[in-house]
Design a protein around this ligand. Structure first.
Ligand SMILES: Cc1cc2nc3c(=O)[nH]c(=O)nc-3n(C[C@H](O)[C@H](O)[C@H](O)COP(=O)(O)OP(=O)(O)OC[C@H]3O[C@@H](n4cnc5c(N)ncnc54)[C@H](O)[C@@H]3O)c2cc1C
Ligand code: SF4
Length: 327
């Protein structure tokens, strides 16, 4: 790790002005950024500690019936908050399946969607062709080790997946990340926050380097919702595939559905056609199965990850059943 200056900001204005003056990184929980510095992915000259910033640690119901979660809330605090448990079970479940209890006590909900790909070539100690690490150098995974890589939205320039669990439920719930910068405040839809390789293979997300995520906003409760994470072991493991489902039901008939898959693309992958085709159908019916099937017509396997398509399809069916039984 190379030497760096540590700056503790007390206001967002101060954090943003220090950040504007050079090559720097914010640090919240530090569970991701310190790893980048250790491996050499990032070599910031300044680390700007944002943990003392005011107004970013509350969780409050909004007047319009939604929820605003301050970006500095620790993952465990979000997952265990009574409103989140009651009204957004999919979010609570997705957080509790992320990392370990110790990491969740430090990691923040604002830092989590900014985590980077777990592709072994991206995180390698030795220089390896990787368009995300060294733009223009190529992609080692497309014809290399790609068992855990993308089945949707990949190009030969990058086949990595975004590994966050909470980001998947936030995409399903149509949440927004609230970003503050010297230019003002903007809301970035969670389902469009991460960048596909067809747009830019070296990018990770749409947040600018001079922007702070100050909160995550949810527009309405989704009590009938559930998260399923398929992984190689039951704890402390990234997803092979994950699924977030939120339903509005009339009896067992679907009025509205939201479905996002995780660890299958460079962003949480919404099954929009499936969602539309489920409306008016009974949970458990053949029509629901056909609707789910239609969501996979664009899935494309790499040399070693065809199994993920089968797992993902079955996982969606299971999670729909789980969400229908919730609350
Ligand atoms: C061993 C291990 C296992 C893990 N397993 C999982 C898992 O299964 N599922 C999962 O989802 N995650 C997993 N993670 C990732 C973990 O959840 C993230 O590291 C964590 O959420 C990042 O949050 P942080 O507050 O620590 O971010 P930091 O490390 O502090 O920051 C990460 C990045 O975000 C920026 N940043 C932080 N907060 C803000 C903000 N408010 N505004 C703008 N920029 C900001 C920083 O500048 C930096 O670029 C794992 C991590 C580890 C180390
Ligand atoms: S999949 Fe993406 S992150 Fe992995 S080697 Fe290829 S370009 Fe790099």
């Amino acid at each position: 790790m190379e030497p760096f200056e540590y700056v503790r900001a007390t206001t967002s204005k101060e954090a943003l002005s220090v950040s504007a003056r050079g090559d720097s990184q914010f640090i919240a929980g530090g569970t991701e950024v310190l790893n980048w510095m250790r491996i050499g992915i990032e070599r910031p000259s300044k680390l700007i500690d944002i943990n003392r910033l005011e107004g970013m640690s509350s969780i409050e119901a909004t007047p319009s019936g939604g929820l605003r979660i301050g970006a500095l809330n620790r993952l465990n605090d979000v997952a265990q908050h009574e409103i989140v448990v009651r009204d957004y079970p999919v979010l609570s479940q997705s957080i509790l399946k992320a990392a370990s209890a110790q990491i969740r006590n430090l990691a923040t909900i604002g830092g989590n969607p900014l985590q980077r790909v777990r592709c072994p070539y991206y995180r390698a100690d030795e220089p390896t062709p990787c368009n995300k690490r060294n733009p223009g150098s190529g992609c080692s995974a497309v014809n290399g080790f790609n068992e855990k890589h993308a089945i949707f939205g990949w190009t030969t320039d990058c086949v990595a997946v975004q590994p966050s669990d909470p980001a998947v439920s936030l995409a399903a719930l149509d949440a927004a990340y609230v970003a503050q910068s010297p230019r003002g405040v903007r809301r970035i839809p969670a389902r469009d926050f991460h960048v596909l390789p067809s747009e830019n293979p070296s990018a990770h997300h749409r947040l600018h380097s001079d922007e702070l995520i100050v909160a995550v906003e949810l527009s309405r409760p989704w009590k009938q919702s559930a998260y399923l994470k398929i992984r190689e072991r039951e704890s402390y493991e990234y997803a092979t595939v994950s699924v977030a489902v939120a339903l509005d039901l009339d009896g067992d008939v679907v009025k509205q559905a939201r479905i996002a898959l995780g660890s299958v693309a460079m962003r949480p992958w919404r099954l929009l056609e499936t969602e539309q085709r489920m409306v008016g159908q009974r949970v458990g019916s053949q029509q629901i199965e056909a609707a789910v099937q239609s969501g996979f017509k664009d899935a494309r396997a790499l040399s070693s990850n065809g199994y993920k398509i089968v797992i993902a399809r079955n996982a969606v069916m299971r999670t729909i059943e789980q969400a229908a039984r919730a609350a």
